[in-house]
Design a protein around this ligand. Structure first.
Ligand code: AVI
Length: 313
């Protein structure tokens, strides 16, 4: 059985029902995510972009940390819009470094390898296509230089808190003493701002969530009636847990493939995504528990987003 089908069935047969947000990103999902990022309400991208635009020299100096050369590894590089500010600065500073973007998408890696060196003269790009930790290990076999790892965009927020702590621990174990990481984390703030970011007026986030049901219909031969599910975003300002659900609007049975049937009660939720928000203190705790030492905090002007630099202890 393919992994997508297996995970969908496991999630929908579980109690409470859930689906994995990593499956949001098919071609339509990618486009909707671009529209979300460009929406008035979704602030994290703009905040992190502001940090990379306005504090580039300071970022470059902190990551260099007195060393002459290193490899800059980016986990989930995407289109590298934010990191390209840093790349330009490092090239202008004549730092001896290569850029190793890691991404699950072959197209993304191909695009970066072809276009970035044209855009940034003198930049050497060597992409790695696959899972983060496997590829990180490959970069270490490929080059024994010190590693500076970027993990931007609050992607860490899409893991439940316990998984994020485990992820940080695994990351620490894959690194050596002089390595550094720069991790982008969305911070706790007024709940109204967070709720709006996951409930934009133009309905891109709603479509983004419902698109996964459409994807399951198309790729797994299911018969979800999209109109029978409603997007419901929630935010708990105490735990910092921002969750998106799809609510079944009636009692119904959905077929997946030829032989699997999922029963829904009226008003039964499917948990679609977690976008965890942290306090600065909580991120420092995550760093320490994982074996890192938080050495520098970069904030945007509103203090809504944090790019934290963690040294290996
Ligand atoms: C990719 N990730 C950090 C986004 C977030 O904010 O959790 C995905 C997203 N989901 C809805 N809007 C944006």
């Amino acid at each position: 059985m393919n992994k997508f089908l297996q995970e969908v069935l496991d999630g929908l047969n579980a109690q409470p029902k859930h689906l994995h947000s990593k499956y949001f990103y098919d071609e339509i999902g990618d486009r909707l995510f671009q529209q979300i990022m460009a929406s008035d309400e979704y602030y994290p991208t703009d905040c992190e972009m502001e940090i990379f635009k306005n504090q580039t020299a300071q970022l470059a100096k902190t990551l260099k940390n007195g060393f002459d050369s290193f490899d800059l590894v980016e986990l989930g590089a995407g289109d590298a819009t934010k990191s390209s500010y840093l790349l330009k600065q490092l090239v202008a500073d004549k730092v001896d470094f290569d850029y190793f973007p890691i991404d699950i998408s072959t197209n993304t890696i191909k695009h970066l390898e072809e276009n970035l060196p044209k855009e940034i003269k003198g930049l050497k790009v060597c992409g790695f296509n696959g899972e983060y930790f496997e590829m990180l290990e490959k970069t270490r076999q490929f080059s024994d230089k010190r590693k500076v790892v970027l993990f931007l965009g609050s992607n860490i927020g899409n893991m439940p808190v316990a998984d994020a702590f485990d992820f940080a621990k695994t990351l620490r174990k894959s690194l050596s003493k002089t390595d550094l990481i720069l991790v982008g984390i969305d911070l706790k703030k007024h709940p109204r701002v967070i709720r709006a970011a996951y409930n934009d007026a133009k309905g891109y986030t709603k479509k983004f969530n419902l698109n996964l049901l459409r994807r399951i219909n198309n790729e797994l031969e299911a018969d979800f009636n999209i109109e029978d599910f409603e997007h419901y975003p929630s935010y708990d300002p105490i735990t910092g847990s921002c969750k998106s659900y799809l609510i079944s609007l009636k009692k119904q049975t959905v077929r997946i493939g030829e032989a699997d049937f999922i029963d829904f009660e009226e008003n039964e939720p499917i948990l679609m995504e977690i976008s965890q928000k942290y306090s600065v203190k909580e991120t420092d705790e995550m760093a320490s528990q994982a074996g890192f030492k938080p050495v520098k905090h970069f904030f945007d002007d509103k203090n809504w987003f944090l790019d934290a630099v963690w040294e290996c202890k």
